[in-house]
Design a protein around this ligand. Structure first.
Ligand SMILES: Nc1nc2c(ncn2[C@@H]2O[C@H](COP(=O)(O)OP(=O)(O)OP(=O)(O)O)[C@@H](O)[C@H]2O)c(=O)[nH]1
Length: 448
């Protein structure tokens, strides 16, 4: 008898059989693994393709709604449109008077070089006076822009104190006498809502307070919120026409007077687009200010975007043209063109802007002309906006430096006056301090 546990001898053929089984099992596992990995990769690619193929506007994950321009716009039509716009402008009922002395061109051909003979509207900033954005050794992580306005609401504290807090204090105090209504009016005027809009809002508040029988502070808050949101035209299309169409990149032109934050906004906007998975090319058509192109190029490097630049003092229209050409050749999604600051009263410089747009339109549609306004300049911003809108058809407003002012009310006025939506707001010098403008979130930030 063999004791239990004694080893049973295994024949060579059994060993071979076991080995064959093990090898077959291993091969089967390997094949299954490969098939699963392929499937996963294929489904991911399909998903990406679906995302890329969305034909019309969508809410970008970045929180800024990006859309392609209307499909019917073609280059030729755009050129014709530009001519039509100019005709309309010339036949506008009340053209803005420009003193002839302000003309800067000397030969009828607007160009930055002309300014050598006549001083431009502002002192040139040299290298030493301009803080270049921090150079990054590698492409940076970008903060998501979804909910930025909520996250940056603290930056609106100056406007909140001057505007929301005092208004709520007045309205929440119960029955308002004439003096209190006068205070409401003054608060709105000081916050830069302008006389017409202020009167409208006061009238609406007076009638609705009575009709709704507002008694508590919470009711006053709700009423004020609804009146202010309505005054911000919440239904305006604030999507950014920054997506390619008809096989060409979207082209955005950034314009405004000196020092309002055009280059900074262009850089911040490139980050927003890159964060949304878009490819971007920057055009440094600000050939006037020393270091403007360096400033833009540094912004570009931080997000891996190429910058097309020209010689200092060169023709901005030709830089813009080259940038769009390069963008088309490289197949990027969006070309962002930064232009030089120009005072709206300088006819030659305003003509130059029209030329930049027309030259670009020889090869692609300009989908957006974003006017950058410095919120701290108050009513003057409005005057600038009117003149810029006459020269180039403004499609959106970027209101910068809202963090540094108690006059957040300019947002209300500029939209009302121009019928052009505020699309973005600058809330600080930080690289990601640019937020999509949302009326509800903005009013909430003002009212605290
Ligand atoms: N606080 C604050 N500062 C801003 C904002 N946007 C821009 N700036 C600052 O404004 C200054 C001018 O910005 P730039 O981008 O150089 O202005 P620009 O319009 O390109 O200037 P020019 O080319 O000379 O016309 C810089 O110091 C920016 O950091 C903002 O939203 N908030």
């Amino acid at each position: 008898m063999r004791a239990c546990g004694t080893m049973v001898p295994v024949s060579t053929s059994s060993l071979v059989l076991i080995l064959v089984v093990v090898v077959v099992v291993l091969i089967a596992a390997l094949v299954t693994g490969v098939v699963l990995t392929r499937r996963r990769r294929i489904s991911l690619t399909q998903k990406q393709r679906e995302q890329g193929a969305r034909p019309t506007g969508y809410q970008a994950s970045s929180g800024i709604s990006l859309t392609p321009a209307a499909p019917e716009a073609t280059v030729t039509e755009a050129v014709t449109d530009a001519a039509v716009t100019e005709e309309v402008v010339t036949s506008a009922p009340a053209p803005v008077e420009h003193p002839v002395a302000d003309r800067t061109e000397v030969d009828g051909q607007p160009g930055v070089g002309d300014d050598a003979s006549v001083p431009r509207d502002s002192v040139k900033r040299g290298f030493v006076e301009v803080d270049l954005p921090v150079e990054a050794s590698e492409v940076e992580e970008i903060e998501p822009t979804e909910g930025r306005l909520e996250r940056l609401r603290g930056k609106l504290s100056k406007s909140r104190n001057a505007f929301g807090t005092s208004l709520l204090g007045l309205l929440g105090a119960g029955d308002l006498d004439e003096d209190s209504w006068q205070d409401v009016e003054d608060t709105l005027l000081i916050a830069d809502l302008g006389a017409t809009l202020t009167m409208e809002i006061v009238e609406t508040l007076r009638s609705r307070i009575v009709a709704a029988g507002v008694r508590t502070e919470a009711e006053a808050h709700a009423l004020l919120r609804s009146v202010l949101v309505d005054a911000l035209a919440p239904k305006m299309d604030r999507s950014l026409k920054a997506l390619p169409h008809a096989g060409k990149p979207a082209v955005l032109l950034v314009v405004g007077v000196n020092g309002v934050g055009k280059t900074t906004t262009t850089g911040k906007l490139a980050r927003v687009l890159v964060a949304d998975g878009r490819t971007v090319l920057l055009g440094a058509a600000d050939t006037f200010r020393a270091a403007a192109a360096d400033q833009l190029e540094t912004w570009g490097k931080r997000v891996g975007a190429e910058t097309v630049r020209g010689p200092e003092g060169g023709d901005p229209a030709s830089v813009a043209f080259e940038a769009v050409k390069r963008g088309m050749d490289a197949g990027v999604d969006t070309v962002l063109i930064d232009t030089a600051g120009r005072l709206h009263t300088k006819v030659g410089l305003m003509d130059e802007l029209g030329k930049v747009k027309r030259v670009v339109e020889k090869q692609a549609v300009v989908d957006e002309v974003l006017l950058v306004l410095d919120a701290t300049t108050g009513q003057n911003g409005l005057t600038q906006a009117r003149v810029f809108a006459e020269q180039v058809a403004i499609t959106g407003i970027v209101l910068t430096k809202l963090d540094g002012t108690a006059k957040g009310g300019i947002v209300f006025q500029v939209q009302r006056e121009l019928g052009v939506p505020v699309k973005l707001v600058g809330l600080g010098e930080g690289a990601d301090h640019l937020a999509p403008f949302e009326p509800g979130a903005f009013v909430d930030a003002l009212l605290g």
